[in-house]
Design a protein around this ligand. Sequence first.
Ligand SMILES: [Zn+2]
Length: 402
Amino acid sequence: MSKTKEVYLSDDVRKQNRFRIISQFRLHGKKSRTEISKLADLSAGTVTNVSTMLLEEGMIRVCDQDASNPSSSSHGRPRVQLELNPNYKFVVAGSLTFNSISLSLFDYLGDKISTVQEKVMLETMDGDEIAEFILLMLKGFDVEVAPSIFVLGVQGLTKNNGKEILWSPILSESGMKFAERLSQISNAEVTVANDSAMIARSLSKDKAYADGTFGAVLMSYGIGLGLYIDGQPFQGAKSSASELGHISFKDGDGALCRCKKHGCVEAYASDYAIWRRAKGLDPHALPDRPVTSEDIAQIIEDARQGEGPAREAIREAGRAIGFGLAIMFGLFDAFPVVFVGRGAQALDLMDEEIRKSLNEHFRFHDQLDINFTKESDALIHVENGSSIVGLEWLDQQAAFGA
Ligand SMILES: [Zn+2]
């Protein structure tokens, strides 16, 4: 495409070209204009024009040149390398769990700069209080910057536009509305997303799961499912959907769930459920203190020693998960499953029960040979997935925004 023709490019094409070039820097890191031209399949002229604009607008920058190594050019000049400018804009990615908020600051390159975490009982707070609390937490970062976007993973159902929490067992009615308030007082975009969906988003960047169809089952303070189908994150018609945790596993007088209903998968498979069962506590009451990762690690260790309440609690969790997965497989076909979080560390002890329960309840196959794997730290994956969503939004804004 010649330079003169480019003058007549429609605004849409120009924006598309910007996006293609920004995306190549996002994917490949430092690159010369010539390399970008090949990768983006755009003419050298287009890449030169667009990159000049992006440099002026501060989205990309010239990398430090290694003067002693001018060999990469065919004309004797060192080939200038460009990259996304880390200081262009910032993302706050984090997660809200029932008793804590964790936030990390990411620069435009996607590097994590700083993290803060606070213990707080979210269900006792209204939306304004949560928003103000989050804003105050930013002061704990090592550097002072105004983020352009917050992406926060939360247990529960979120609307597909990322603006609203439709339901969450960890927030009060008013607490669910914190996103709008946070956006007002921070003057930033605020996106709320289902925590398990963010875990799946994070894992989708991992080569092991890059094939495109898998489910990430969060086994922690709650039970959730993030689903990828053919390389795309699954969303319901209106919401994050795929609520594995609150499928009814036991009818009638089942164990009490944090959602206040009885018999949910979560009431048997979450950390508080496993702890409650292992300690022989009343299944119709919620534990009176938060269950820690140490509590769960101890139960898993006890379960490894042999038969007893700890082992039985883990088995029960496996049966509940297998039941929930059977329902999901009935809707989506069987998919490989990655178990994430504290409870997932007992996968080897649960494996048999999950498969037994699956085979009993998923009746469309004679034999199910599903691959189960595990990952340990759920919060890191929620945060990673959230930062990916935040950076994608910044890239879209940089290309198509005002
Ligand atoms: Zn429930």
